[in-house]
Design a protein around this ligand. Structure first.
Ligand code: SF4
Length: 182
């Protein structure tokens, strides 16, 4: 999950899912990634875009996991964000989806929809937004809530021209058919 999340930056899930089966056959542990040739990692992930940066981050993170965390991905936000290339958003995705620990991942869809639905006055600041959403969404639903906003943002409430006529939550949305609020 950690590797896939790092790979998913500026890349589609479809593309990531195409390469991960072979990647995870080849690299089975943090130590495998840590001792691999960086150029080889670049080659193995090159179709995901920004592959040089991602290769450096993956190797940096896995080396730290191997050295400082006994080869196991840590399960707290504080520890995860000490890994190279792992910011708060990546850490919350891993917590929520790999460890089952409720977490709100504020990606571009969550930011955009929170603004349109006027869920927070801080929809331009991922960290403040995360805290605002945590106040209004039951903790047990934090991970699901992120998924729902992301799904809705991909399918209906897209960035350029949201499909308000087809939106099942339009009656609750202050921005419905209001381009000035998009
Ligand atoms: S009504 Fe329109 S702007 Fe509001 S959530 Fe639905 S698609 Fe997005």
């Amino acid at each position: 999950m950690l590797i896939a999340t790092i790979l998913s930056a500026q890349c589609t899930d479809v593309r990531v899912n195409m390469i991960t089966p072979e990647l995870f056959r080849k690299y089975k542990s943090a130590a495998d990634w840590a001792r691999a040739d960086l150029k080889q990692i670049e080659q193995d992930i090159r179709t995901c875009g920004f592959y040089r940066n991602k290769a450096v981050n993956i190797q940096g993170a896995t080396r730290k996991i191997a050295k400082d965390f006994g080869g196991k991905v840590p399960s707290t936000l504080e520890e995860l964000t000490t890994l190279p290339g792992v910011g708060r958003k990546t850490a919350t995705v891993v917590l929520g989806n790999a460890f089952g620990i409720p977490a709100i991942a504020c990606d571009t869809h969550v930011l955009r929809l929170s603004h349109r639905l006027q869920l927070s006055e801080h929809a331009d600041d991922p960290v403040k937004l995360e805290f605002d959403l945590a106040d209004i969404v039951p903790k047990k639903d934090w991970t699901l809530f992120s998924h729902l906003l992301i799904f809705h943002g991909r399918r209906i409430c897209v960035a350029r021209k949201p499909n308000c006529p087809a939106c099942p939550i339009a009656e609750h949305c202050p921005a419905a058919n209001r381009p000035d609020l998009w």
